[in-house]
Design a protein around this ligand. Structure first.
Ligand SMILES: CC(C)(COP(=O)(O)OP(=O)(O)OC[C@H]1O[C@@H](n2cnc3c(N)ncnc32)[C@H](O)[C@@H]1OP(=O)(O)O)[C@@H](O)C(=O)NCCC(=O)NCCS
Length: 186
């Protein structure tokens, strides 16, 4: 299966000094490290947990990125410093809904604390939206914990709106998650 032609295959960004691009399959150790860092840093923001993903076998991380590299339904994005250190500073995984390929779900949104407030998340979302448009998606959606003001403001700024009422982020959790959606076309 070929992957859609889109800027996410190359580097791009609207945040100064930052490049947004797709993770390649061979970068799975870096993806693993970044994802685990995000889960340790912001445990309340995600449906998964550090303990759960830290226990995953290497083969699973490898398989995740390998599948994404050849899939037209996944777009794992990384934000990296355009400077000489090339530090990895943010993550966002856009993925077609399993039941409806016209819907793209956003997962794993995270920016390293030292890079926040510089437009990195905005650039990641822009790239994910451009990818969603490039594959003909009509709707982009995500879940955000109701007291996560920084993330809610980010998504509102990008044109997302609340849909439905908040629900537990996982069964039995007191954390409530709000679905937000952005219509790309009718
Ligand atoms: C939410 C998060 C991704 C924002 O990343 P960031 O790179 O700092 O965000 P940006 O600099 O791109 O800001 C984009 C917009 O988001 C909003 N925003 C970001 N941080 C904010 C904050 N602390 N308070 C209020 N609004 C904020 C603003 O609207 C901002 O636009 P503006 O500066 O033009 O007003 C980051 O704080 C983070 O990783 N948090 C922990 C993980 C998390 O909550 N993930 C979301 C899961 S749904």
């Amino acid at each position: 299966m070929s992957r859609p032609e889109h800027a996410a295959g190359n580097a791009s960004s609207s945040a100064a000094g930052i490049r947004i691009r797709r993770f390649t399959a061979r970068e799975w150790p870096a993806y693993r490290a970044l994802r685990l860092r995000s889960l340790a840093d912001a445990p309340q923001a995600f449906g998964s947990s550090y303990a759960a993903e830290e226990a995953w076998a290497q083969e699973l991380w490898m398989a995740r990125l390998t599948a994404a590299e050849v899939s037209s339904r996944d777009c794992p994005l990384v934000a990296e410093s355009a400077g000489p250190d090339g530090a990895l500073l943010g993550l966002l995984w856009a993925k077609c809904d399993a039941k409806d390929a016209g819907i793209v779900n956003l997962f794993q949104m995270w920016v390293a604390p030292e890079a926040r407030g510089r437009g990195v998340a905005a650039a990641l979302v822009d790239e994910a939206l451009a990818w969603a448009r490039s594959i003909g998606a009509r709707l982009v959606q995500l879940g955000v914990v109701v007291d996560n003001q920084a993330a809610i403001q980010l998504y509102l700024r990008k044109g997302f709106g609340n849909v439905g009422t908040p629900e537990p982020i996982r069964p039995g959790s007191p954390l409530l998650e709000q679905t937000m959606q952005l219509q790309l076309r009718q």
